[in-house]
Write a new protein. Structure first.
Length: 488
């Protein structure tokens, strides 16, 4: 049985702030079939996870967590709000928009090294969930996963939780995928492309009961909305156009057959991206000298792709045969993808990694402590200019000044031959809030003007080579790019 749970969830526009569509699960709880289905879907998600207990956050987290624990055959740990428990408790305070609050748990409710899933009804700013994770760790537990019926990615909670726990976002429509892309729940050009393809497929499944003409019209509009999610990553439009071609190839088929074709197309793109990343890794690994000290910027790993990674894929592949290499990871302001994501991925692989602030790289170059640079890309122009995370150009200039090779790893789908040069690439400007603070912490002077371009463009003359699944374009120029793309 497949149910659309959206119909059982109440939406409240412009709450808790303008532009946010709040979702309330209270109405879902009223319907026994829908609620049972929701719990079973969560249980399916966590059935293969090796944990000892489920922790639910008061109060709706109790309603979800207890039956989930029962379905998984696990114990249940209630996480209470302030003042609800006797004195023998662990407690953790945290900030909310309307003041401070506290979560508590009985000291004897949690065993040392107990492995736990945290659940609640929805993830908004992430404050309560973040505090709960800290509380359980204070009690000696290991938090393995967090699960929610609803994610409100525009409120930033997902990025906050990723500092503490591995978690997964479920999207069931094109608009949900679009929000996830805009808010950088999904980020990295290859991952954006694959997510967009799945977004089109999810939308087709959602619309499958409509008459043919209305189905195609609504699906076309969903593709248009998805395509505007972020302007710089070319893989987004590339993937959507691939899905549009699949729709066009089934002009006379009924909606349910079109929907299945789109699911198959999305899965194929997903698998193709992983294979592409591995090919990039093999082509790039030979460029890294033995014992290389590799500097990378932002995150171009498995979390930015469908799996394995582009720049980090090259490093992973090289690490398999050379355990003497090491990585220097720029923290990557303002959203700290290097500190939060790249460092985590590399340490998880056991690859020696040193974290630095973006402004420290010049010092390391000057001391001869960087042997090679490898980064990813969000768009490569026809002449070999590279758009990537802000700060990449600065690293490329430093590499050129100190005679250090600077490589870019990306799939051919990131190469945009319709864009002549980097000057023609639209660079996204993001919210000032990303620069003036992080999470709930504000550090900038109130009222200060802010610039926040998300990307910069590195001229082809600073690029030692572009590594794709087809090989390496050394010292790229327009002619070499055309040859590499098999157009000459």
């Amino acid at each position: 049985m497949v149910m659309n749970l959206t119909a059982f969830i109440r939406t409240i526009p412009d709450y808790p702030k303008p532009g946010i569509m709040f979702r309330d699960v209270t109405t879902l709880f009223r319907d026994a079939t829908a609620f049972g289905y929701a719990v079973e879907k969560l249980a399916d998600h966590f059935r293969q996870v090796k944990v000892d207990a489920v922790a639910g956050i008061e109060a709706r987290g109790f309603v979800i967590g207890a039956p989930l624990a029962t379905a998984l055959g696990l114990g249940f740990i209630p996480i209470r709000k302030a003042g609800k428990l006797p004195s023998a408790t662990f407690s953790q305070e945290y900030d909310l928009e309307y003041g401070r609050d506290r979560v508590e748990v009985h000291q004897d409710a949690v065993a040392h090294n107990q492995r736990i899933i945290v659940v609640d009804d929805l993830l908004a700013t992430g404050g309560t969930a973040d505090a709960t994770i800290g509380l359980l760790r204070q009690a000696g537990a290991i938090v393995e996963h967090a699960g929610f019926l609803i994610d409100l990615p525009a409120l930033g909670g997902r990025g906050r939780l990723l500092q503490n726990v591995i978690s997964y976002v479920r999207c069931t429509s094109a608009d949900e995928v679009s929000i996830a892309i805009k808010s950088m729940v999904v980020r990295g050009a290859p991952a954006i492309g694959v997510a967009a393809a799945y977004g089109v497929a999810c939308e087709a499944l959602r619309l499958v009961g409509l008459p043919d003409e209305e189905f195609r019209r609504e699906l076309s509009q969903a593709c248009e909305r998805l395509a505007t999610s972020r302007p710089t990553a070319v893989n987004l439009v590339w993937a959507i156009n691939h899905m549009r071609d699949a729709i066009q190839s089934m002009n006379y088929q009924p909606p349910h057959e079109v929907a299945q074709r789109l699911v198959d197309a999305a899965v194929q793109l997903h698998q193709q991206d992983v294979e592409t990343n591995r090919a990039i890794g093999k082509h790039g690994a030979g460029l890294l000298p033995s014992g290389a000290r590799i500097l990378t910027h932002c995150n171009a790993g498995a979390l930015a792709t469908a799996g394995f990674g582009t720049a980090l894929g090259v490093i992973r592949e090289a690490w398999m045969s050379d355990k003497s290499l090491s990585v220097i990871a720029d923290e990557t302001r303002p959203l700290l993808q290097g500190a939060r994501l790249t460092a985590w991925e590399l340490l998880d692989e056991g690859i020696p990694t040193t974290l630095i602030t973006d402004s420290m790289s010049g010092y390391l170059f000057s001391k001869g402590e960087v042997d090679v640079v490898i980064v990813g890309a969000d768009r490569v122009a026809a002449n070999g200019d590279v758009a990537n995370k802000i700060g990449t150009y600065m690293v490329a200039v430093l590499a050129a000044r100190h005679g250090v090779p600077f490589y870019v790893a990306c799939p051919c789908s990131t190469v945009d031959l319709k864009t002549p040069t980097g000057a023609d690439i639209v660079v996204e400007e993001r919210s000032a809030d990303e620069v003036t603070g992080f999470g709930d912490t504000r550090w900038a002077a109130s009222g200060v003007a802010v610039r926040n371009p998300a990307f910069d463009v590195t001229p082809a003359e600073l690029v030692s080579g572009i590594i794709t699944e087809r090989g390496v374009v050394h010292h790229p120029n327009p002619e070499l790019m055309l040859i590499h793309m098999n157009l000459v």
